[in-house]
Write a protein that binds this ligand. Structure first.
Ligand SMILES: Cc1ncc(COP(=O)(O)O)c(C=O)c1O
Length: 367
């Protein structure tokens, strides 16, 4: 994958997804369409699934669903829970909140533990919180909270999930393929991700891995489900098919990206992300921004959130960066929309793009 770092992009797309995708990967989508119930698609599906399992570090079953990340978030609720089940949802931001909103819409009893925006999950507080809910069945957490640029420590959290024998469900949408996330070692029962993030693939596909314990939960679940019913994906997978018409073009791109990631090797991909994140964080601090995550050790390796200095409007900053420098970044979400900016650095980020980003930001805040 790293050979594409020398690609020259006209726009410096620095969102926390979708990410810039090299032309060679985009071009895969132009291949002639094929029968998704035929032999050729079967090979594509089996090959992508096997490679995804490698990067997820799992022997668990894994399914590819044509949807965005939120689709697999919903699948991770509707497939494993029943009305009135009690679950623990930990939220450090907007996407943690989303788990709680989806679960509530399925009439699940959500016991929500909130941490201040900018903070990561405190293990002792989590431990104490869960101990008050002996009937809770599952623990839902966000690995990398894209709304605040905070990364949670899954190793510590996994010990708590194990201690209370909870079904362990992780949103790894903006982390998997960019930072280490070993499903089997951490005992993650359900892990989800989506193609437009570190997978360096266009949006449109999402992934869900399912442990044996999660299957037990699934067979007992009475929540309504249809498109996202993983039993359908399981049954069709036996024939080498998806249950519904897939995004064939995106699958071709995904296959190419997975080959490139595995060719580079995942330890190198993770190292590249960690080094890029360090560089961007330190240069942003150097030009006068303050990190939004309270503890720098919990700052994400896939995006950086910084506070915008007083007197500077987030929307003007973002508009001017785009208009004058062709650099695209994100504002905060919800009540952070006029307080922070978020800069994505997952996938491919060249030295040139870092320099371009920092110089453009410096010029924009200096005028
Ligand atoms: C951590 C996390 N969870 C969930 C989502 C939702 O994904 P989507 O916008 O693809 O539905 C995102 C997207 O940014 C995310 O970063």
């Amino acid at each position: 994958m790293q050979k594409y770092l020398s690609d020259i992009n006209e726009t410096n797309l620095r969102l926390p997804g979708p990410v810039p995708v090299p032309k060679d990967i985009l071009k895969e989508q132009l291949k002639p369409l094929i029968n998704h119930r035929g032999e050729e698609y079967k090979n594509l599906l089996l090959s992508c699934t096997k490679k995804l399992q490698k990067i997820f570090c799992t022997k668990n079953e894994l399914y590819i669903i044509t949807t965005s990340g939120t689709g697999v978030m919903e699948a991770s609720i509707s497939n494993f829970l029943s009305q009135n089940d009690e679950i623990i949802v930990v939220s450090v931001g907007w996407f943690g909140d989303r788990f709680a909103e989806i679960a509530t819409s399925y009439n699940i009893k959500v016991r929500k533990l909130n941490f201040d925006h900018g903070q990561n999950i405190d293990i002792d507080i989590l431990d104490e919180f869960i101990s008050s809910y002996p009937n809770a069945k599952a623990l839902y957490v966000t690995h990398n909270e894209t709304s605040t640029g905070v990364q949670n420590d899954l190793e510590l959290i996994s010990k708590i999930a194990k201690k209370y024998s909870l079904l362990f469900v992780v949103d790894g949408i903006s982390s998997v393929a960019s930072v280490p996330c070993n499903t089997d070692k951490l005992g993650i029962d359900v892990l989800i991700s989506a193609s437009q993030k570190g997978w360096v693939t266009p949006p449109g596909l999402a992934f869900i891995s399912v442990s044996n314990k999660a299957w037990d939960y699934h067979y007992k679940s009475n929540s309504p489900k249809y498109y996202f019913d993983i039993s359908k994906y399981k049954n069709y997978f036996k024939k080498g098919q998806p249950p519904f018409t897939p995004a064939i073009g995106v699958m071709y791109s995904l296959d190419k990206s997975l080959n490139l990631l595995l060719e580079e090797t995942m330890p190198k991909v993770y190292k590249r992300h960690s080094e890029t994140a360090k560089k961007i964080r330190s240069q942003l601090i150097e030009i006068g921004f303050e990190l939004f995550p309270i503890d720098e050790n919990s700052a994400s390796d896939t995006l950086t959130a910084v506070k915008v200095p007083t007197g500077i409007s987030v929307s003007e900053l973002i508009n001017n960066l785009h208009k004058n420098h062709n650099v695209i970044i994100s504002a905060g979400q919800g009540n952070l929309s006029d307080k922070i900016i978020r800069i994505g650095h997952l996938g491919l980020v060249s030295e040139n793009e870092i320099e371009w980003l920092i110089n453009s930001l410096l010029q924009t805040i200096s005028v």
